[in-house]
Design a protein around this ligand. Structure first.
Ligand code: MSP
Length: 632
C-alpha cells in the first residue's frame, strides 16, 4: 500500500500454543492478519499469509501428560482444532506452519548452527525462576507478593542448568538505531516507545537452549539440549518460506514487506530478540511489527481460569461468520486495549450491519427490481455525482488508514460512507419518484446508490467475505472479485441487466438475549455487577501509628499493618478522631487504589468510613480477625 515499498507483502500472526483452544483473543489477531492480507490483495498487491501453532516446550509436554497423550498426539489433535476454527472463521492463510513439522525442525537447527558458526553462541549456566505457563524465566521483581508468577499465579520453579547463550549485547546498539531510524518500523508509536524504553533496562544475553526439557528441537552442536521453545517458535517466520535458499525465501522474506502482527504480551521477543538473531545471521529484518492491545471481556482478562472465554464458534453461532469477523475487530481502536461486552456486539451488529449496510442494500435492490425491472440505466455524461466521488474518496481514506494498520479507523470510514448513502437515499425519496413516474431521475438515483453499494461491498469484502460476494453477484449478474470493482474506479460500472435481490435477508436485526438485556438495563440504572465489585480489594488493617499532618487540619497520617505488609495512608478524619484513639483499631482499607500524594505525603490506600450529618465513624470488624484478612 506504500508506493515506495515492494508490491508484495508477507503477513504473519504469532503461532499459538496448542495447549489451549482458540478464543476471541487469538481470533482477533488472526482475523486482523487475514483482513490485512485480503486488503493488500484488494488494492492490487500480492500478499502471503502465514499462521500456525507453537508445539514444543514443557507447557505442551505437561498438558499432554495430563491428557494421557504423547506430546505429538496432543499437538496433532489440537493444531487441528486451530485449523478447524480458522476454517470456520473463513481465514484464508497460505500456509499453516507447525513447529513439529520436520522441515521446520531442520531449519531451526540450520539457523542455530549459523549463529554458532559466527561465534554468537556461548556456553554458560543459568539459575533462576522459571514459569512454565509463560515458558520464560522471571525475575524476583516480577513476582507477586506471594511469590507467584503475576500472569499465571503459579509458583515458578527454581532451575539451575547448563545453557547456551546468545550474544544479544553485540546487537543492541545497531538494533536500537534501526528502530529509531524506522528501518524496523514498530507500530503504533506508543509501542515503539515502549520498545525503545526496554533498551534502557538491563537487556542481558539470553539463553536459547534448555537442558531439562525433552520436547523440543535438539541443538545441532549439542544433542543433549533442546532449543528454547521461544527461539524455535520465532524461527517459524523464516522456516515457512524455507530459509536460507528455498524457492520462496527470496521472494517472501527478502523482497516483500514483512509484517508481523501480535499483541503487546510478546513484544520483547519480537522487537528485540528476533531482530537481533536475524542481524547475527545476516538475514534481513522484518519491515513492520504491528502490536495491538488486549481484548478484555467485561473488564476482565479473557482466561480459562476465569471461565470467560468466548470461542470463535460461539460468535459464529450468535452472529454468523461474516459479522463475527467484522465485530471482533471493530469494537476498539487497533493498538489499544479493548474492553468488550457481548451486549455491545449486538448493538454494533444492528447499527452497522443490519440497519446501515444490510438495509441499504435491501431497499435499493428491491426498488430496482420492482420499479425498473432490475435494469439500471447507464449514466449519461462524464460528470460523476458527488455521492460517487465521496465513494472514491472513501477508498483513498481506507487505503491511507491501512498503511498505518489502523484497521478500525478504516472500517469507520466505510461505515460513515454507508450512512451518507442512506441519507442520500432518504433525501432523494426514490419511492416518491417511482410514484410520480419520474423514471429517469429514479434510475439515476438508484444507479448512484448502487455504485456506492458496489464500492462499499468491495471495501467491506475483507470482513464480510460471503455476504459482499452475494451483493456483488446480485449487482453484476455473476461472481465478481472485489478488486475488479475497485479497478473500475472512475468509470461507469457495468451492472447486470437483471439485478437480483438477495435470496435471504443479509443481516436480519437481532434482539439481545434476555439475560444480556437485563444486564444492560442494570448498567443503565448504574447498578454494578459482582465482577465490578470484585475489582475493589478490601482488607482488614490494624492501625500501628497515627499522627496529625502538620499544616493540614483535616488529615491524619496512619501507619497500617496489613498482613505482613506495612503501609502508610493519609485520611481526612482528623476532625473526628484523636490520633492515639486509633492505635490498635482494626479498620477496613481499599488496598488496590493507585497511590496518591496528599500534601506531599504518599497515601497508599483508602480507609472506609460512614458519614452523615457531620458525624463520621470508621468501619471496623465485628469480631477479632488478623489484619490482612480479605473482605468480600
Ligand atoms: N506461542 C507464543 C507465540 C510465538 S510467536 C513466534 C504465544 N502463543 S499464545 O497462544 O499465547 O498467543 C499469544 C497471542 O495471542 C497474543 O500475542 C495475541 O496475538 C493473541 N491473544 C491472546 N489473547 C488475546 C487477547 N485477549 N486479546 C488480543 N490478543 C490476544 O504467545
Amino acid at each position: 500500500m506504500r508506493v515506495s515499498q515492494p508490491d508484495s507483502y508477507y503477513v504473519t500472526t504469532p503461532i499459538y500454543y496448542v495447549n489451549a483452544e482458540p478464543h476471541i483473543g487469538n481470533a482477533y489477531t488472526t482475523v486482523a492478519a487475514d483482513v490485512l492480507n485480503r486488503y493488500h490483495k484488494l488494492f492490487g498487491y500480492r500478499s502471503y499469509f502465514l499462521t500456525g501453532t507453537d508445539e514444543h516446550g514443557s507447557k505442551v509436554a505437561e498438558s499432554a501428560e495430563k491428557a494421557g497423550l504423547s506430546p505429538q498426539e496432543l499437538c496433532d489433535r489440537n493444531s487441528q482444532v486451530f485449523k478447524d476454527s480458522w476454517k470456520k472463521m473463513n481465514i484464508e492463510y497460505d500456509k499453516f506452519i507447525r513447529t513439529t513439522d520436520p522441515e521446520h525442525e531442520e531449519i531451526v537447527r540450520k539457523f542455530i548452527q549459523v549463529l554458532h558458526d559466527k561465534g554468537y553462541i556461548y556456553q554458560g549456566e543459568y539459575s533462576g525462576l522459571y514459569c512454565t505457563g509463560c515458558e520464560k524465566f522471571i525475575t524476583d521483581k516480577e513476582l507477586t507478593e506471594d511469590g507467584l508468577c503475576p500472569v499465571h499465579l503459579t509458583k515458578p520453579q527454581q532451575v539451575r542448568e547448563k545453557n547456551y547463550f546468545f550474544k544479544l549485547s553485540k546487537f543492541l546498539g545497531p538494533l536500537k538505531e534501526k528502530i529509531e531510524s524506522g528501518d524496523l518500523e514498530i507500530m503504533p508509536a506508543s509501542r515503539r516507545n515502549e520498545v525503545l524504553g526496554l533498551f534502557k533496562q538491563n537487556l542481558d544475553d539470553f539463553s536459547l537452549s534448555r537442558e531439562r526439557v525433552k520436547w523440543g528441537v535438539s541443538l545441532p552442536f549439542d544433542e543433549s539440549q533442546v532449543t528454547y521453545v521461544w527461539i524455535d517458535a520465532l524461527i517459524n517466520y523464516i522456516s515457512a518460506p524455507k530459509y536460507p535458499d528455498g524457492p520462496d525465501f527470496d521472494r517472501l522474506w527478502n523482497k516483500s514487506t514483512v509484517v508481523h502482527l501480535m499483541a503487546k504480551d510478546i513484544l520483547k521477543f519480537h522487537c528485540i530478540y528476533w531482530p537481533a538473531m536475524l542481524m547475527a545471521a545476516d538475514v534481513k529484518l522484518p519491515d513492520k511489527i504491528v502490536i495491538h492491545g488486549y481484548l478484555n471481556l467485561d473488564s476482565q482478562k479473557i482466561s480459562k481460569s476465569l471461565g470467560n472465554i468466548i470461542k470463535p464458534d460461539d460468535m459464529i453461532g450468535w452472529f454468523g461468520v461474516d459479522a463475527s469477523r467484522f465485530l471482533v475487530l471493530n469494537m476498539c481502536a487497533f493498538g489499544s486495549d479493548g474492553d468488550i461486552r457481548i451486549e455491545d456486539f449486538y448493538t454494533k451488529y444492528n447499527s452497522d450491519l443490519a440497519n446501515n449496510y444490510g438495509n441499504l442494500v435491501s431497499r435499493t435492490l428491491k426498488m430496482i427490481d420492482r420499479n425498473l425491472d432490475g435494469i439500471l440505466p447507464q449514466p449519461s455524461g462524464d460528470d460523476m455525482p458527488e455521492i460517487i466521488k465521496d465513494g472514491y474518496e472513501t477508498v483513498g481514506k481506507v487505503r491511507d488508514r491501512l498503511v498505518d494498520v489502523q484497521i478500525k479507523m478504516a472500517t469507520d470510514e466505510i461505515i460513515a460512507y454507508l450512512s451518507k448513502l442512506n441519507t442520500y437515499f432518504d433525501e432523494k425519496k426514490p419511492w416518491v419518484l417511482a410514484k410520480e413516474g419520474a423514471s429517469n431521475e429514479l434510475g439515476k438515483v438508484l444507479y448512484n446508490v448502487s455504485y456506492g453499494i458496489a464500492l462499499s461491498s468491495a471495501l467491506l469484502s475483507p470482513y464480510l467475505t460471503e455476504k459482499t460476494a452475494t451483493v456483488l453477484e446480485c449487482l453484476f449478474g455473476k461472481k465478481i472479485p472485489p478488486n475488479v470493482v475497485l479497478q473500475e474506479l472512475g468509470h461507469a460500472l457495468g451492472f447486470s441487466d437483471k439485478i437480483e435481490i438477495p435470496k435471504e435477508n443479509l443481516f436480519p436485526r437481532l434482539s439481545m438475549p434476555k439475560e444480556l438485556e437485563t444486564k444492560a438495563e442494570a448498567e443503565a440504572d448504574n447498578l454494578i455487577g459482582i465482577e465490578d465489585f470484585a475489582k475493589v480489594k478490601l482488607q482488614v488493617a490494624e492501625v500501628k501509628a497515627a499522627e496529625k499532618v502538620p499544616g493540614a487540619d483535616k488529615l491524619l497520617k496512619l501507619q497500617l499493618e496489613i498482613g505482613r505488609e506495612l503501609r502508610q495512608i493519609v485520611a481526612g478524619i482528623a476532625e473526628y478522631y484523636e490520633p492515639e484513639s486509633l492505635l490498635g483499631k482494626k479498620i477496613i482499607v481499599v488496598t488496590n487504589l493507585k497511590p496518591v500524594k496528599l500534601r506531599g505525603i504518599e497515601s497508599n490506600g483508602m480507609l472506609l468510613a460512614a458519614q452523615k450529618n457531620k458525624k463520621l465513624t470508621l468501619l471496623t470488624v465485628d469480631s477479632d480477625i488478623p489484619s490482612g484478612a480479605k473482605i468480600s
